[in-house]
Design a protein around this ligand. Sequence first.
Ligand code: PMP
Length: 304
Amino acid sequence: MQDRDGFIWLDGQWLPWRDATVHVLTHTLHYGYGCFEGLRAYATADGPAIFRLDEHLQRLEASAHILAIDLPFDRATLRQACREAVSRNGLSSAYIRPLVFLGAEKVGVDPAGAASHVMIAAWPWGAYLGGQALEEGIRVRVSSYARHHPNVQMCRAKAISTYANSILAIREAKRDGYDEAILLDTEGYVAEGSSENIFLVCDGEVLQPETTSALDGITRRTVCTLAAEAGLAVRSKRITRDELYCADEVFLTGTAAEITPVVEVDRRRVGDGRPGPLTRQLQASYFASVRGEQPTGRKWLTAV
Ligand code: PMP
């Protein structure tokens, strides 16, 4: 990733891609204290546009607030920097990564004295879970690792440190031949994927876990709106592992993963082993929204 042409925004300056570096004593590198976002810009008929930019920046602000990290740039500055990260790099579609971290002004667990820094980079990124994932669906395993208890890592923050848990889970899943992991919470109820929220379809009803141990995903919220528009209510409830096994359809949602069908859980086929009809329907309306091809989607897009 480091050896590319292009520009990265760091603390208000546009730096050549290869020069956007930090010191090895950067506080966040040692203790993982910081927060980030992941957004996508899609090619639309009117040029590239960022999907739900303000909602992502609002979550970044909330993450910094939860972690008590100073965010030294206002919404308007970050909004403009995200747009320019796409345009300055000449991208027609992109993944955008803003990250707030503490610098090398001091070392030691207590971050007092370490300054907040913000970087924003954008690059092309195709289907997160692989080329066939969106079409054919993926195979998942229930992880041996639990998702964070909300009093261990506060899960509403998209905190860097929560991702060690995600990494352990996805590595375990891939090592065992699966595409992704599903983590249960510390009480044993379904929480989320390593970087996606999860939905089930059971007897025509769309279900999602309560999000106490999961990130409050923006794609998840989008799916709830699109489902409501299609006359499908989404019910939040505690979901058990065996409910997951017996679901008619399962799909994962995330900015990177978009809407990815799940066709197998722990070697048990989901439905008939192919992406189900409601998954397909919601996937189609999601892609129409992000590309500005339907009215609801247009209000969620910010032109670059
Ligand atoms: N859960 C986790 C742990 C994630 O990392 C992500 C990706 N940001 C999601 C859920 C989905 O969130 P969103 O739809 O906002 O990308």
